[in-house]
Design a protein around this ligand. Structure first.
Ligand code: URA
Length: 422
């Protein structure tokens, strides 16, 4: 094969053959296709798309670039969840222990955050002693004993995606539905889960800015799951305002613990329960109501066991930022903070990283003092900015400029659950 022939076929709007797809991804993983060539191909795919059969084959070739996990019989059905990412999206933290408390096992292999959306591992690493990296034996043992594992993905899962995602990040080719869908699904299929629930976010704080695009991404991923025999359901959910009140690592862990103890913000509880219901349905567990289990606090001991199994002490106080400032309302009306503005503010305060090698601050972030959709008056404290680096506050305030919307409309949060795609 000639790499240039593959690139020009897609550049000219053609479809790639199975053989071309298998070859180009294998050769890229080996280092025989250069980054500049793969960049050109990624751009051609972004501009001209791929049909369903091409996407399924591309996903298979990404899976085949590495190893696939098989946990064997651990005595419970395996089911996982993936979110396309948002601001304040800590749902994995209460969800994994909840679903385990209801009888399934959740193998959550997660990543770190880049940009304004937080990474699940960054959040959990704010717990003193907690360890993200586990061996496959440790993952399997913890799935059998605790029922939930949230840990770092292994470098051997879909290595083609690891290389390609880093390249897309710097070549303006992230926002291609075939490339996003195959990237996410290759990792989840390789992980060996028995069922998968996707939370596809839509709104200012998400990759997908319109409901149509979010639905198309969801449909594409569900179809890939079907083509690979992985039962997949997608919820399309709002990300125009932050989820819950906390955006930032330890702040989000604290909010998750509130939810696990039967309290917490209504939207976080609603989405956690909605995703748990879909996961349990895929796992064939129909006689347990996750809303009851969550409200009763019965998932909290599973959380403690999950954190302790990975070296963390769930009873130790979480880190807090050394500097806190309050922002108040400049007018009266309905408060609907913009998700992207809050996400960028939290990121600038130190909760996120600009480059892969940057460290994050455990205590940094934004804590809303009123729920999105609530009525506020001039001078009402709206939110707190938390950071260890007070110099960062000016940048955070600039990010929030224009994003703390207070309008004269009816007071309520935008609908959270927008669609379900099976
Ligand atoms: N998340 C992924 O894992 N891959 C993408 O392409 C986009 C988001």
């Amino acid at each position: 094969f000639s790499t240039v022939d593959v690139i020009t076929a897609k550049r000219d709007g053609g479809r790639l053959t199975d053989e071309q797809i298998d070859w180009v991804l294998a050769a890229y993983t080996r280092g025989d296709v250069a980054d500049e060539q793969m960049s050109a191909l990624a751009m051609a795919i972004l501009l001209n798309g791929m049909d369903a059969a091409e996407i399924a084959r591309w996903t298979q070739a990404m899976i085949d670039s590495g190893e696939t996990l098989a946990f064997g019989d651990i005595g419970r059905p395996l089911v996982d969840k993936h979110s396309t990412g948002g601001v304040g999206d800590k749902i994995t933290l209460p969800l994994a222990p909840l679903v385990a408390a209801c009888g399934a096992a959740v193998p959550q292999l997660s990543g770190r955050g880049l940009g304004h959306t937080g990474g699940t591992l960054d959040k959990l690493e704010s717990i003193p002693g907690w360890r993200a990296s586990l061996t496959l034996e440790e993952i399997a043992a913890q799935l059998a004993s605790v029922g939930a594992v949230i840990c770092a993905t292994t470098p051997t899962l879909a290595p083609a995606d690891r290389k390609l995602y880093a390249l897309r990040d710097v070549t303006g080719t992230v926002e291609s539905i075939p490339l996003i869908a195959s990237s996410i699904m290759s990792k989840k299929i390789a992980e060996g889960t028995g069922g998968l629930v996707l939370d596809v976010k839509v709104g200012s704080g998400a990759f997908m800015k319109t409901l149509d695009r979010a639905r198309e991404l969801a449909r594409t991923m569900v179809d890939i799951g079907d083509a690979h025999g992985l039962a997949t359901t997608a919820l399309v959910t709002d990300m125009s305002v932050p989820l819950g009140r906390a955006a930032g690592n330890a702040l989000e862990v604290a909010e998750s613990v509130e939810v696990l103890r039967g309290g917490g913000p209504a939207d976080v509880v609603e989405l956690t329960v909605a995703l748990a219901r879909e996961m349990l349905a895929l796992a064939g567990i129909t006689d347990v109501d996750p809303a009851h289990v969550l409200a009763s606090g019965a998932a909290y001991p599973v959380w403690e066991a999950m954190i302790a199994a990975q070296g963390g002490d769930p009873s130790v106080a979480l880190p807090v930022a050394s500097h806190v400032e309050t922002v108040t309302a400049e007018r009266s009306g309905t408060f609907t903070p913009d998700a992207l503005a809050v996400g960028v503010a939290a990121w600038r305060l130190g909760a996120g990283r600009a480059r892969k090698e940057d460290a994050v601050q455990a205590g940094a972030g934004v804590l809303l003092l009123v729920d999105p959709g609530a009525e506020v008056r001039v001078g009402t404290p709206l939110l707190e900015l938390h950071t260890d680096t007070p110099d960062a506050v000016a940048g955070a305030r600039a990010a929030l400029d224009g994003g703390l919307r207070i309008t004269d409309g009816p007071a309520e949060r935008p609908a959270l659950l927008l669609d379900t795609i099976r």
